[in-house]
Design a protein around this ligand. Structure first.
Ligand code: APR
Length: 242
């Protein structure tokens, strides 16, 4: 069984680290994950609320769900896992590909973050090209755009395409990385779950940080069965000692 020490040699001549992160990395900041016991909100299945059909059928409920999460996210603080990733920029080029919409990587100081699933802190029109930063007021219903149609959170819902410019850039980084660290994601959602396979094809060293098994655990070079707030500072300390 490999351990942290197996990264020590690998990081000596390392140039680029790519992180693929998911809800688990923000769990220790008090933000619930999607699957497992956290996946219900007022008895609604989170997976069923995160679709354009659910939004058109019941805009008030979906908007309320996002407003509540937005409130929680705005008051959340990055944890030791986010902070360790930000500090790693002192030792290598670091790119974070996150499925999270909470902005906590940026809040912790990471400078190169690609939001694959958008941001809960932004809104866009369902019809025209209007986009804006966070809404400061929390309305009960989704507000209307100047064009007369309703505004929605600028997030990627099930069945929607990822922003293609962001995705293309993500692939370029993945093809260039020496080390990929996959932290806090179940890797069940496509297309983000293909990123470790691309990195492997490029001979990157693959590390998974997750208290539980994922579909890709067997493909990893190193699996750390721990939370990200525990494991990432330990990885950072290997870089500091190097
Ligand atoms: N540290 C690390 N990993 C953790 C922690 C923790 N403290 N707590 C939980 N985990 C792990 C869980 O074991 C699980 O494998 O985080 C993972 C969270 O998985 P999901 O809830 O499926 O979240 P994620 O992989 O980000 O989901 C992907 O699906 O719902 C959509 O668009 C949404 O971006 C989301 C996407």
């Amino acid at each position: 069984m490999r351990n942290y020490e197996s990264i020590r040699e690998w990081i000596k001549n390392l140039k680029k680290i790519v992180f693929v992160t998911g809800a688990g990395i923000s769990q220790e900041s008090g933000i619930p994950t999607f699957r497992g016991k956290d996946g219900l909100w007022r008895n609604y299945d989170a997976m069923k609320l995160a679709t354009i059909d659910a939004f058109y059928e019941n805009p008030k409920i979906v908007w309320e769900w996002y407003s509540e999460r937005r409130r929680n996210i705005i008051s959340a603080l990055p944890n030791m896992g986010h902070r360790a990733i930000a500090e790693l920029e002192k030792y290598a080029e670091v790119v974070v590909l996150t499925q999270n919409i909470d902005g906590l990587h940026q809040k912790s100081g990471s400078t190169k973050v690609l939001e694959l699933h958008g941001s809960i802190l932004k809104i866009k029109c369902t019809v025209c090209n209007y986009r804006d930063e966070i809404l400061t007021e929390f309305t009960e219903n989704p507000p209307n755009c100047k064009c007369g149609n309703i505004l929605r959170p600028e997030v990627v819902w099930f069945g929607e395409q990822l922003p293609q410019d962001v995705w293309q850039e993500a692939i370029i980084h993945v093809n260039q990385c020496d080390l990929m660290i996959v932290a806090g994601t179940s890797l069940v959602v496509s297309p983000a779950n293909i990123l470790p396979t691309y990195a492997k094809q490029n001979n990157a060293f693959l590390v998974e940080i997750n208290p539980e098994d994922t579909e890709m655990s067997l493909e990893m070079d190193l699996v750390i069965r721990d939370t990200s707030a525990n494991a990432l500072p330990k990885i950072l300390s290997l870089f500091k000692e190097n």
